[in-house]
Design a protein around this ligand. Sequence first.
Ligand SMILES: CC(C)=CCNc1ncnc2c1ncn2[C@@H]1O[C@H](COP(=O)(O)O)[C@@H](O)[C@H]1O
Length: 242
Amino acid sequence: MSQSNEYRKGPVTLRGRKVPTSTTDQRLLDNSGPADWVHTDPWRVLRIQSEFVEGFGALSELGPAVSVFGSARIGPDHPIYELSTRVGEVLVEAGYAVITGGGPGTMEGANLGASRAGGTSVGLGIELPFETGLNAHVNLGINFRYFFARKTMFVKYAQGFIVLPGGFGTLDELFEAVTLVQTGKVTNFPIVLMGATFWEPLLDWLRTTLIAQGTVSEADVDLFHLTDDPDEAVRIIREARP
Ligand SMILES: CC(C)=CCNc1ncnc2c1ncn2[C@@H]1O[C@H](COP(=O)(O)O)[C@@H](O)[C@H]1O
């Protein structure tokens, strides 16, 4: 293949029919051209990068914090919402900022408790097809397009996780966290489950099925702490990260 039929874009070599008919500069400067190139994956990488830069920039001075997860659908008249509010308050009283997904339900409850107690109430919102926006009790909010960039912030800036009852989103965040701990990607990272009646069947299943079949060890299941008492939850976190 002749040299003239080869096109290099950094580490990428394009040959034959893959050689573009316009250059990157040309597409940048030619404002009458098609805008499709801004939707290409390399361009997305820059947007992804900007989410990390903005997230790190906004949170780097946060101080000790705890991420609180839980259902987007449990509303203010539910006892679990009340629990989420109390958790937010108790965390702030113990000197922690509270980080949530910034949405409705228990996220809103934890943000409400945190802001009412005079603390830093962080909401890491996510762009969803059904837009709900950051709840009104967030006093430091960041909106993400990408779940994975946002999830890094939940772990990077927290001393531990408190997980209230929830659905798939909550389970995703819970099992991601426990996998990071299990594989040693994060150390001394307590995970506290709150709402005993909700979590006990899951813990039973982990014991009777996963441990029994050898897919996890007993020590893995011991990574979860279970309590209904917000003060106890804070104590567990403080003891793990003195
Ligand atoms: C009413 C409704 C579904 C609103 C969605 N609005 C949301 N805004 C922000 N974070 C969210 C939202 N839905 C799910 N999440 C994420 O997933 C978890 C809750 O999902 P789920 O309700 O357990 O599955 C939260 O901890 C949060 O990080």
